[in-house]
Design a protein. Structure first.
Length: 262
């Protein structure tokens, strides 16, 4: 599994770069661990803002590497269920004590878009494109992930995003409240850095305290046991379906899938 995570510092602003350009910065187990560790280490340093970005101009993060998603009942399917390395990574970003700005320099799909939503603020290039594509593959998204979108963009927009699996332009994403601001690609870094500096210049105890209180207020604390089991069963049914095998095959063959509901 390729790719790496690059961490740089400029004063009290840290930049975490997902570097897997051959796969449009797609995530795999190695990168999940590296992102989580990077944020864990930075949490112990005097960092007052983190900028999260993807390497290059093409993609922020194209999601979880499709070829790495198990299908057909493999025990590895647990990687996409309730407690897994992806959730651990998302929590490391979301619970980081200082604000995290997602600098969305290109594609952000699936798990890559959830990673962007886990950031406090999202600034996008007007060339960026977004989408939640589990329905095109034959996957049900995790309850915690769904609630992350509901908390950020509301229930109606979440339904549109997940039910249609449609690609969304940066301007449409701004209308859906999926991104805070859109700017030309040549201005993206400057706009992001200016906002990071504004945050750093403010009182750190105020910023950290406000972030923590907001997080506590919006935290998804899980489903009751019976409902959690129902959700797990629904997800597992999809992970073991022929439709997921077809969805993956169609994705790799760049064609429209033929789902049968089996």
């Amino acid at each position: 599994m390729g790719g790496r995570v690059i961490v740089t510092r400029e004063g009290k602003v840290a930049t975490v770069t997902i570097s897997n350009p051959a796969k449009k910065n797609a995530l795999n187990l190695k990168l999940l661990g590296e992102i989580g560790r990077a944020f864990g280490e930075l949490a112990g340093e005097d960092v007052r803002c983190v900028v999260l970005r993807g390497e290059g101009e093409e993609a922020f993060c194209a999601g979880y590497d499709i070829t790495a998603i198990p299908a057909g009942g493999s025990g590895e399917a647990q990687v996409l269920l309730s407690s897994n390395p992806f959730d651990d990574m998302i929590r490391a970003v979301e619970s980081f004590p200082a604000p995290v700005i997602g600098m969305l320099n290109g594609f952000a799909f699936g798990g890559g878009l959830e990673l962007a939503v886990a950031c406090d603020i999202r600034i996008a290039s007007d060339q960026a494109v977004f989408g939640m594509t589990p329905a095109r593959l034959g996957i049900i998204y995790r309850p915690a992930g769904l609630m992350r979108f509901v908390n950020v963009i509301g229930l109606p927009a979440t339904k549109e995003l997940f039910y249609t699996a449609r690609k969304v332009s940066a301007r449409r994403a701004e209308g859906l409240k999926l991104v805070n601001r859109v700017c030309p690609p040549e201005e993206l870094e400057q706009v992001t850095r200016e906002m990071a500096r504004e945050i750093v210049d403010n009182a750190p105890l105020s910023i950290r305290g406000t972030k923590r209180i907001l997080s506590l207020s919006m935290e998804f604390r899980g489903l009751p046991p019976g409902e959690a089991k129902e959700a797990e069963d629904l997800i597992r049914q999809c992970m073991e379906s022929k439709d997921l095998i077809e969805g993956k095959k169609a994705f790799l063959e760049k064609r429209r899938p033929k789902f049968q509901g089996k």
